[in-house]
Design a protein around this ligand. Structure first.
Ligand code: OSB
Ligand code: MG
Length: 372
């Protein structure tokens, strides 16, 4: 598969609602859309890095720099027979997983378009539709939070994930249980806001019977999470700490978590995501697909990987209209039934680009041609 040209389109899209976590507040998505040209086909990818290095070390700017300076030249200089080759091609570069995943995703899309199969099928996915939930940022008041949850439940979302931080945890979660009962699938995501010193406090979450608590401790920790898991009934789910299949293996061996949030960008691409999926399946660790407030192309990649069999818990990939006034794809991501999104069956990611919307939000464009 020869790549003729790569375009990096820099977009800034305002979020419909600001998204607040323990690491900051986001009002717009600043990202790169990748167009990869090969013969008559175009593959699409999206860089999911955030503008600031608060979630992981990468940013929109560092991912662009790594793509331009190192990853695109490596791709142009290498022979690609299968998208699985890309991780080996990128292996001289340490980490920078979101930059790698953005380009690798476009290669996977190209590959499936050339073979005229859906990306989900190319990855080995078998589901016709996926279950989806919603991740709700920190709200100004508990009333705002309860109102939002009521809306999402009525739309059919199958999992409610609430961001928490010290001082904003037991109270909102208790109010949710009081209001909606113990039957709603509820979980909390701390984005590394606690330490083992909070052990006694975190134990107070157990009676709330959360589906799981996501990444309570440090982003790069596995040992303390194992200590905490021993003391908690609530299953720990790791997000930030799992950046590779090797990380997943170690976390499983140490019993640092009982569930894994799988994000394509965080682990460096679809090939690595599939490896983690397979490893977790073998070890009876359920996975679900996390989100990075993606625009349509990233969202489409998430839907495709979620078609794999061990994605047994609803993910964070909500419909486009939860985030955007207008999305960059056609059709937009919509629920096909309450709490479900149909997995596209047409070739590649299964969505077309909406060039008009892209033009509206594009603030820059760089073109790299393969002269080799
Ligand atoms: O921790 O899962 C996270 C968004 C940005 C960075 C990190 C996270 C999130 C979310 C939102 O929780 C998920 C989404 O709706 O895309
Ligand atoms: Mg998370």
């Amino acid at each position: 598969m020869k790549i003729d040209r790569i375009e990096l389109l820099h977009l800034k899209m305002p979020l419909l609602h600001p998204f607040e976590t323990s690491f900051g507040r986001l009002t717009e998505k600043d990202f790169y859309l990748i167009k990869m040209f090969s013969g008559e086909h175009i593959g699409y990818g999206e860089s999911v890095a955030m503008p600031n290095p608060g979630y992981t070390e990468e940013t929109t700017g560092t991912s662009a720099y790594m793509m331009e300076e190192f990853l695109i030249p490596l791709l142009f200089n290498s022979k690609i027979n299968h998208p699985d080759d890309v991780s080996a091609i990128f292996s001289p570069i340490r980490r920078n997983n979101m930059a790698k995943a953005a380009l690798e995703g476009a290669v996977w899309d190209l590959y499936s378009k050339k073979r005229k199969i859906s990306l989900a099928n190319a990855l080995g996915g078998t589901r016709e539709s996926i279950d989806v939930g919603v991740s709700i940022g920190i709200q100004k008041s508990s009333d705002d939070l309860l109102l939002k949850i009521e809306g999402y439940l009525s739309e059919g979302y199958k999992k409610i994930k609430v961001k928490i931080k010290p001082g904003y945890d037991l109270e909102p979660l208790t109010k949710i249980r009081e209001r909606f009962g113990f039957n709603i699938p509820l979980m909390a995501d701390a984005n590394s806001a606690y330490s083992l010193e909070d052990l006694d406090h975190l134990k107070k979450l157990d009676p709330l019977k959360l589906l799981m608590i996501e990444q309570p401790l440090a982003f790069d920790d596995m040992i303390d999470h194992a200590v905490l898991q021993k003391q908690l009934d609530t299953p720990i789910c790791l997000d930030e700490s799992i950046c590779s299949a090797e990380d997943a293996r170690k976390a499983i061996e140490l019993d640092s978590c009982r569930i894994i949030n799988l994000k394509i960008g965080r682990v460096g691409g679809l090939t690595e995501a599939k490896k983690i999926h397979d490893l977790c399946k073998k070890n009876n660790i359920p996975v679900w697909c996390g989100g990075m407030l993606e625009a349509g192309v990233g969202r489409a990649h998430n839907i495709a990987i979620t078609a794999l069999s061990n994605f047994t818990i609803a993910g964070d990939t909500s419909a486009s209209d939860r985030y955007w006034q207008e999305d960059i794809i056609q059709p937009e991501v919509e629920m096909s039934a309450p709490g479900k999104i149909a997995v596209p069956t047409s070739a590649g990611i299964g969505y077309k680009l909406n060039e008009q919307v892209i033009k509206k939000y594009m603030i820059g464009k760089k073109i790299y041609t393969n002269d080799i």
